[in-house]
Design a protein around this ligand. Structure first.
Ligand SMILES: Cc1ncc(COP(=O)(O)O)c(C=O)c1O
Length: 353
């Protein structure tokens, strides 16, 4: 068994002790080599920054999401009625938490903590299903049958594990909302396990982000894909004009075939850089979570707090693991950078260990 179900009653107190609102950006800073944040370096690309900058001349007009919505729909082979544009994936989680009325909400961890934070902030009780090392594999049987809301990430932050679409969709059933956070889906060439194009899966909601691949963390651009009736209910709860004109322009631009081809090419390079980094870390004696598919690696170093502090002394910022439910302080998440930068980091780590 690589999982454990924790009853909400038993886990509730210790669960809120974890700072679910801790994120990698608070671990990096000026002068530090950033392995803590998962945004692609060298982004946004110049062509995208220019498109966004050009949209500034239209700021006197209220944003019109129509064209960006159609572009997202076309990119995923969906109908525009299936698309809700949001101010980043983060807004999608908040809208879902405010609109849905789950009797039994389950979050599959370790994963990005904002979905759970949003549910709790909206007053919902949350149960956790913890996937277990070394593989952090998804076992649909671990999710309670009567859970009417299930949230998971694919590929998952921070484990970098990519669950097969056939396993993910086994979690779907009538009467249940299944939210799949695909913020890192475009790290995988061809996105073979993405379920963004599925219209036949009951209760499926797919959340996507432009933040990571396109370097738009400060712009707030993302979207969700769901059945039109749920999209309508979520839209009714969304603040008017929530997604700004520059964010709409960026969303449409990133759905263009040329942008998708660029992301695909980057994803292929990422796979090579990630493999080289993982190999160097293993050679340094670090335990690396296998089968990584995203732009980061989850590693177990033993005495992670000391290692993290020592790395910081050496000018390197990494993401602590202990604010992810299911992980402890021995775990660290490290972003994959270009091979030269990653190998430098691995050498420093080898020295410290
Ligand atoms: C897995 C995952 N989903 C969603 C988000 C949030 O994305 P956005 O910037 O689009 O709100 C993050 C950001 O760290 C993330 O790691």
């Amino acid at each position: 068994m690589n999982h454990q179900v924790r009853p909400a009653e038993r886990g509730a107190d210790s669960e809120v002790d974890i700072d679910l609102r801790h994120h990698g950006d608070s671990e990096t800073g000026p002068g530090l080599l950033d392995f803590a944040v998962n945004v692609r370096t060298g982004t946004p690309p110049a062509w995208l920054a220019e498109r966004i900058a050009a949209s500034i001349t239209d700021l006197a007009t209220y944003p019109d999401p129509g064209s960006a919505r159609r572009a997202v729909a076309a990119r995923h082979g969906r109908d525009p009625a299936d698309v809700l544009l949001t101010a980043g994936a983060a807004e999608a989680f908040v809208l879902l938490a405010r609109v849905l009325r789950p009797r039994r909400a389950v979050v599959v961890h370790p994963q990005f903590t904002e979905p759970e934070a949003a549910l709790r902030a909206a007053g919902h009780r949350v149960e956790r299903v913890l996937l277990r090392p070394p593989g952090f594999l998804l076992d649909p049987e671990a999710v309670p049958e009567d859970a009417d809301l299930v949230m998971l990430g694919n590929p998952t932050n921070p484990t970098s594990v990519l669950h097969p679409a056939t396993v993910v969709t086994r979690l779907a059933r009538p009467g249940r909302t299944l939210v799949v956070d695909e913020a890192f889906a475009d790290c995988v060439p061809g996105e073979p396990e993405s379920v963004a194009g599925r219209r036949d899966t009951p209760g499926l909601v797919v959340v996507r982000s432009l933040t990571k691949t396109w370097g738009l963390a400060g712009l707030r651009a993302g979207y969700l894909l769901a059945a039109p009736d749920l999209v309508e209910r979520l839209a009714a709860a969304q603040p008017l004009w929530s997604v700004s004109t520059p964010a709409l322009v960026a969303t449409e631009a990133c759905c263009a075939p040329a942008a998708i081809a660029e992301a695909e090419q980057w994803a292929r390079q990422l796979a090579r850089d990630r493999e080289a980094f993982a190999e160097a870390l293993r050679a340094a004696g670090v335990c690396v979570t296998p089968a990584a598919a995203a732009s980061f690696l989850l590693v177990n170093v033993g005495d992670g707090n000391r290692v993290r502090a020592r790395l910081r002394d050496e000018g390197i910022a990494v993401r602590r693991g202990d604010t992810f439910p299911g992980l402890g302080s021995d775990w660290l998440r490290v972003a994959v950078r270009d091979e030269k930068t990653s190998l430098r980091m691995a050498r420093t780590l080898a020295k410290l260990l």
